[in-house]
Design a protein around this ligand. Structure first.
Ligand code: FAD
Ligand code: NAI
Length: 462
């Protein structure tokens, strides 16, 4: 038995960042992880492996569609799926080992095994019970089940199985046009699979800006993905290694069936808190199975905190990381803070989609007066040269004060461009502040400036 200032349960981006920050702040810290490797969903079966496959298949797409246009002749690369998998696994290993290195460097003890909290101030791992002045639950999330769809991780897969299918399917049905469905759907579509996305709503990526949703779906269709919208999946049936997906169209209740070699279930994730003993401990939960916390990530049980996918808010790695750092600082007696109004979200397809802050839809609902500055990448020289002119930047600012309220980008490097606007929002900047900032030419970021100019006297290049 050992005694710690802090024991963090879970080593995903929330947990490992929290543990490292606690140690840096002079607290004796351990992190419990039941997986074989550190890094949680994000590094092992989430952000990192999916981005590796998106990167590799984007290169293939470029070679097939754009190389010849630039005078680069020769045969397009063929796909060695086993090698691509090995590349992805290597990327995972480098990242998970990196966290192990950081734990050693910062003197964070890795308690290997599944942890539970038998009573406040104690964490049990295997047969050992450790003492902890503070416990941070960072146990993450898991795939939400869907009635009638049995995931076998072979033919009917979750995102985890989709990252390592035995072979590239000829026909793939994706259930859910959310972030996972469209990222992984893009991967297999680029690899030559016929991908059909079946979505319950009439638009893709719920919660995103309406104009972005429309253009995004249009561009994915152009790339070869098929969409069945307004359709509720009733169930899947697997026979002889093939699947049938039955869905009902909401408009007329008609039933339809799709054949597939692989089915990806991507209809959301839910908090994972199994085995922690939270009910026995008396930890309050929300109606959606999240650990209930106050503004400082404290639960109702003294000394027990929670962060990341296990609590409310967007299920994003960087949101978990920020909470990890903030709760560490709070525990160390400092002022931990997360600005939930400025958390960017990014979809790593091609083009990328990125957003921060309010959408027009929400502002309309609130009755708030706003103005919009929009600029198409068609007017951006760099984007045109790089065959990346599809998309736009949209900045939303307060009608009277010009203060930036949100931004929505679909286009090249959208996931990087959004951060200029995040920083501006953190500083309470007006659109004019961005418009008056010199931006290097030729860069994609000029499109952000032009959108800011469009909030005022107008852009130059449109
Ligand atoms: P997790 O990363 O889920 O980590 C929790 C860890 O706790 C796990 O390793 C688990 O084994 C461990 N654990 C749980 N219970 C116990 C216990 N009792 N004892 C010991 N260990 C325990 N987000 C982004 O921001 N960008 C992306 O590009 C992105 N891509 C994604 C792609 C996919 C396919 C998926 C599935 C998710 C993606 N996400 C992405 C979401 C992101 O992975 C999560 O938001 C993030 O991992 C949440 O971090 P966390 O620390 O809360 O939990
Ligand atoms: P999601 O919530 O993004 O999308 C789920 C989609 O499924 C929605 O469009 C929903 O309307 C639809 N749906 C629900 N029930 C349905 C049904 N019965 N039939 C058809 N469609 C149905 O969830 P997803 O894609 O599973 O991702 C889970 C979480 O993982 C995301 O919320 C996100 O936070 C995180 N993630 C983030 C990434 C990123 O930041 N780039 C990448 C991948 C995941």
């Amino acid at each position: 038995m050992a005694s710690y200032d802090v024991i963090v349960i879970g080593s995903g981006p929330g947990g490992y960042v929290c543990a490292i920050r606690c140690a840096q702040l002079g607290l004796k810290t351990a992190c419990v992880e039941g997986r074989e490797t550190l890094g949680g969903t994000c590094l092992n079966v989430g952000c990192i492996p999916s981005k590796a496959l998106l990167h590799a298949t984007h290169q293939l797409h470029e070679a097939e569609h754009n190389f010849a246009k630039m005078g680069l002749k020769g045969k397009s690369p063929s796909v060695d799926w086993a090698k691509m998998q090995a590349y992805k696994d290597d990327v995972i290993a480098q990242n998970t080992k990196g966290i192990e290195f950081l734990f050693k460097k910062n003197k964070v003890d890795w308690l290997k095994g599944w942890g539970s909290i038998p009573e406040a101030g104690k964490v049990k791992v295997g047969d050992e019970v450790h003492e902890a002045k503070n416990i941070v639950i960072a146990s993450g999330s898991e795939v939400s089940p869907l009635k009638g769809v049995e995931v076998d991780e072979k033919v009917v897969v979750s995102s985890t199985g989709a990252l390592s299918l035995n072979k590239i399917p000829k026909k793939m049905v994706v259930i859910g046009a959310g972030v996972i469905g469209l990222e992984m759907g893009s991967v297999y579509s680029r690899l030559g699979a016929e991908v059909t996305v079946v979505e319950f709503l009439d638009h893709v990526t719920p919660g995103m800006d309406g104009e972005v949703q429309k253009q995004f779906q249009r561009l994915l269709k152009k790339q070869g993905m098929d969409f069945v919208m307004g359709a509720a999946v009733q169930g899947t049936e697997v026979k002889g290694g093939k699947a049938k997906v039955t869905y009902k169209l909401r408009k007329d209740d008609s039933e339809h069936v799709l054949d597939a070699d692989a089915v990806l279930l991507a209809t959301g994730r839910r908090p994972f808190t199994d085995g922690l003993g939270l009910a026995e401990l008396g930890v309050e939960m929300t109606g959606r199975g999240q650990v209930k916390t106050d503004g400082h990530w404290a639960t109702n049980v003294k000394g027990v905190h929670a962060i990341g996918d296990a609590i409310t808010g967007p299920m994003l790695a960087h949101k978990a990381e920020d909470e990890g750092m903030a709760v560490a600082e709070t525990i160390a007696g400092k002022a931990g803070h997360v600005n939930y109004n400025v958390i960017p979200s990014v979809i790593y397809t091609h083009p990328e989609v990125a957003a921060v802050g309010a959408t027009e839809e929400v502002l309309k609902e609130q009755g708030r007066a706003y103005k919009v500055g929009k600029f198409s990448f068609m007017g951006n020289g760099r984007a045109k040269a790089n065959f990346a002119a599809d998309g736009f930047v949209k900045i939303i600012a307060d009608k009277d004060t010009d203060r930036i309220l949100g931004a929505h980008i679909i286009g090249p490097m959208a996931g990087d461009l959004i951060h200029e606007i995040c920083v501006a929002m953190e500083f309470g900047a007006a659109a004019q502040d961005l418009a008056l900032t010199c931006h290097a030419h030729p860069t994609y970021s000029e499109a952000v400036r032009e959108a800011a100019l469009a909030c005022g006297d107008g852009p130059i290049h449109s």
